[in-house]
Ligand binder design. Structure first.
Ligand SMILES: [Zn+2]
Length: 412
């Protein structure tokens, strides 16, 4: 085996595991697990695939409506007996027989992502679930990242983690203060109140939730309907996270990083260095137009190189983006950077041309016209960018005499 083969083979197995949705046949999954274990090339990937296999078996077994016990006593997926041996299977938690399943996808060892049905704006049809929801699961414990737009969605996440993956939620992390990410906290309020888990966020995000969420809750109700938002309320984090802190779920360690004034006033990143998975909250988009309303164009552009420097293999943000070969950069990073740079360039060019900021027709970005939310959001982004860039443009223009100030050079 050449040196380059030794580098490439683990990446191959990673790709195999990432591609494992729960619905793959059990026998296929068993074969893959066996191959991974015997190869010795990717023991973590093998464990994760084994967990997925057990989770699927558990999902099948729940249909038999076996006896139930209290909230405690959930099993780790690797300890769950296959459906063919129900007598040795650990009892399922209450309500699993009727719990709506979640189509979790295993994107790295211990890392599960529930994607929206399709790229779309918030609507009654999708109940506001337009962003990926993540869970890090190990040792029968789970950490949920951005639990969704409502109590109903958060509750579905909570139940599915118990019923499908045999895990109790110990942490809920809010990456930033946007309604479709944080109102799912409602489903975990009782557990936080009784000390079973902590909801965590940066101090600035907590403050922004307190300030903005009454309006954003009402806005979501207006967009998806009151019944979809039933029981949803603002549940503030009880734990403040700081730059450089480490969170631990089972054997998985997550590093906390903060970006100030980027997508919002405070955007929290979580980095799992062993899995090379980066949670980037609202900092990463692909196929949808980024939302700049509460952010800073310059701050956002300044934050993105820090994400790239980590060399993530998987990024979970407003989109899920996976490196093609485990080595190259996930495409969403480039896509987000390209849109924001194009927006900046277009606005500055319009200022150079003496245009009015309200003339949105002249500030179109046709390359992004097919991205979801372009009609709804691009115009707002232009206005936000204009307000932010105008002082910078004027500052650059100041030293020049009026006669020669037509094209200030601001180094772009
Ligand atoms: Zn957001």
């Amino acid at each position: 085996m050449s040196a380059s083969d030794r580098v490439q083979l683990p990446a191959f197995w990673w790709r195999m595991v990432w591609a494992l949705p729960l619905k793959l046949p059990v026998n296929f999954r068993r074969l893959l697990v066996g191959a991974l274990l015997s190869s010795g090339l990717a023991p973590q990937a093998a464990q994760a695939a084994q967990a997925a296999q057990a989770a699927q078996a558990n999902q099948v077994a729940q249909a038999t409506q076996l006896e139930v016990s209290g909230h405690a006593g959930f099993t780790h997926p690797t300890q769950v007996a296959p459906a063919t041996q129900p007598k040795t299977r650990h009892p399922a938690p209450p309500g699993c027989a009727t719990a709506a399943p979640v189509d979790w996808q295993l994107v790295a060892p211990g890392v599960w992502v529930w994607l929206p049905e399709q790229l779309a704006e918030i609507s009654p049809a999708n109940l506001g679930r337009v962003l990926p929801i993540s869970a890090v699961v190990d040792g029968a414990q789970a950490l949920v990242i951005d639990p969704g737009p409502s109590r109903a969605v958060g509750w579905r996440v909570r139940r599915s983690l118990a019923c499908q993956l045999g895990a109790q939620v110990r942490w809920v992390v809010n990456t930033h203060a946007h309604a479709e990410s944080v109102l799912g906290n409602s489903a975990f309020a009782d557990l936080q109140a009784h000390g079973f888990l902590k909801i965590a966020a940066s101090a600035a995000t907590r403050a922004a939730m307190q300030r903005r969420c009454p309006q954003c809750l009402q806005s979501l109700i207006d967009h998806v309907g009151a019944s979809a938002m039933k029981g949803s309320r603002i549940v503030l984090p009880s734990r403040t996270l700081h730059e450089g802190e480490m969170l631990q779920i089972g054997r998985i360690r997550l590093q906390v990083m903060l970006a100030e004034n980027a997508h919002t006033e405070s955007d929290l990143l979580l980095w799992a260095p062993q899995q090379r998975v980066l949670w980037a909250g609202g900092l990463i988009y692909e196929g949808r137009v980024p939302e700049l309303a509460q952010g800073s164009l310059s701050g956002w552009l300044n934050a993105l190189p820090r994400l790239a420097a980590l060399r993530p293999a998987v990024i979970v943000g407003a989109a899920l983006s996976v490196s093609n070969d485990g080595l190259s950069e996930p495409t969403a990073l480039k896509a987000t950077t390209a849109y924001l740079q194009a927006l900046r360039q277009r606005v500055l060019q319009a200022m150079d041309d003496g245009l009015d900021g309200s003339d949105l027709k002249s500030l179109e970005l046709p390359d992004y016209a097919d991205w979801v939310g372009y009609r709804q959001r691009h115009g707002f982004n232009v206005q936000r960018a204009w307000r932010e860039l105008e002082p910078e443009w004027m500052e650059a223009a100041r030293p020049a005499s009026p006669a020669s100030a037509s094209v200030p050079d601001i180094g772009r």
